[in-house]
Design a protein around this ligand. Structure first.
Ligand code: NIG
Ligand code: FE
Length: 416
């Protein structure tokens, strides 16, 4: 299949974009892309590619931008129920951490998720995944973390593997048994930490080895935060996960700086996420490491807070910046990466070009998949978008509507 005559073909060729390099779109005007089966076979001008592939079935993208599908590298897209009541409470003055300390917040979603069957969990999650997909997300990381006991955490993973097989959204799973201290352990958080290290992670490793088509182990993530896991508890869990061969992620500095970002760099985590209260030293440590910095602008927006990830400091230090939605029922029920980009432009001062790179090639790097997705280059998976607009700057500039007209996932066309 030949997609041709794009007003701008945004390739993002050349790998992840660090620091001041962010925003290199590598645009081909009047561009075309030739897709063979599930992969991109060639990228170039419409003239050259039509000459090279005269018999290919054609898709006319004239007057429209063609670009890689968005990669959403941080979501909690699987859960049961909702927290509309808590939203109202927060508007009336209660804080997120206060609600969590009273046994609500994450723990209220844990109660709803524990009592949901596998089928119910999938039925509630499916429409959200479809909504992400129609808004242009072709691959999303999705975390467990609303089970907080082995059987339910594995049920969540089972649901994610099944939903991934159903498609079309591709799911990269993360085990977040360390999302909150399980309600049974509220008085003895170290015991829950030990349970994760000594029981949950080894069982996960064994269970995973029976999930045949998945070569890659899931990520292991920890919510390193006041009221969740301390720095030392986070270190124990991530160190144990690393010993078992799991790739690592961390939630760090969302509300308080406990040192989670630095820990991520020490352990070689693939990403450190949130990073709102990150110190200049920790920003420098991130920039000097291979750990991607994932900003989640929907979260401060969702909490009606005014502080966002200091993206300019991260870029000035030379960091690898990505953005994600953080889709979850508590702080940010937002399926749409375009909205995350619009916020990133305004509150993190990214240009549309920088936001696009942060939401594609850098987001792919933040889930360790930059070799397969995130740009339009020969050999990469054919995951791409046809937008309804002629210029890439409409992304970020416009918000509250969907600018995606067609999603192509592994070479298959989905009109939206
Ligand atoms: O990334 N911070 C921890 N986890 C989510 C919130 C999850 C929830 O409130 O259900 C986050 O913001
Ligand atoms: Fe999160």
């Amino acid at each position: 299949m030949l997609i041709h005559s794009a007003s701008q073909l945004i390739t993002l060729a050349g790998g992840p974009q660090r620091g001041s390099d962010l925003g290199r779109l590598e645009i081909i005007p009047d561009g075309a892309v030739y897709i063979q089966d599930e992969k991109i076979a060639a990228v170039g001008s419409t003239r050259d590619l039509r000459r090279a592939y005269p018999d290919a079935p054609e898709v006319d993208a004239s007057g429209r931008v063609v670009m890689p599908g968005f990669v959403d590298p941080h979501t909690h897209a699987i859960w049961a129920g909702d927290r509309a009541v808590e939203f109202e409470q927060r508007l009336q003055g209660k804080t997120y951490l206060e609600i969590l300390a009273e046994g609500g917040g994450i723990l209220s979603t844990v109660r709803a998720t524990r009592t949901s069957s596998l089928e119910k969990l999938m039925a509630e999650t499916r429409p959200r995944l479809w909504s992400m997909f129609t808004c242009g997300t072709t691959t999303a990381e999705v975390k467990t973390g609303y089970g907080l006991r082995t059987a339910v955490e594995l049920r969540m993973l089972q649901a994610l593997l099944t939903l991934n097989n159903e498609g079309p959204l591709e799911i990269v799973p993360t085990f977040l048994g360390a999302h909150a201290i399980a309600p049974e352990f509220l008085e003895r958080p170290d015991d829950y930490t030990a349970l994760i290290c000594n029981t949950m992670l080894p069982i996960l490793k064994e269970w995973w080895s029976h999930q045949a088509p998945y070569a890659d182990l899931p990520f292991v993530d920890v919510f390193c935060e006041t009221g969740a896991f301390s720095l030392e508890q986070s270190r124990s869990i991530l160190t144990r996960a690393k010993e078992l061969g799991f790739p690592l992620k961390i939630h760090a500095d969302e509300f308080d700086n406990l040192g989670g970002a630095k820990l991520a760099t020490e352990l070689g985590a693939v990403s450190a996420d949130h990073l709102v209260k990150t110190s200049p030293e920790d920003i420098q440590a991130l920039a000097n490491s291979q750990t991607a910095a994932v900003a989640l602008p929907c979260t401060p927006f969702g909490l009606a807070e005014t502080r966002y990830t200091p993206a300019q400091d991260i870029l000035n230090a030379g960091g690898l910046l990505a953005i994600a939605t953080d889709l979850n029922p508590g702080t940010a029920w937002c399926e749409n990466m375009q909205f995350a980009m619009a916020l990133a432009c305004r509150y993190m001062r990214l240009t549309p070009a920088q936001a696009i790179a942060a939401a594609t090639i850098n987001a792919a790097a933040a889930i360790g998949r930059a070799d397969r997705i995130g740009s339009l280059e020969p050999g990469k998976q054919a995951d791409l978008l046809i937008l309804s607009v002629p210029d890439y700057r409409h992304l970020g500039y416009r918000f509250g509507v969907n600018l995606v007209q067609t999603v192509i996932k592994k070479g298959r066309i989905y009109p939206v």
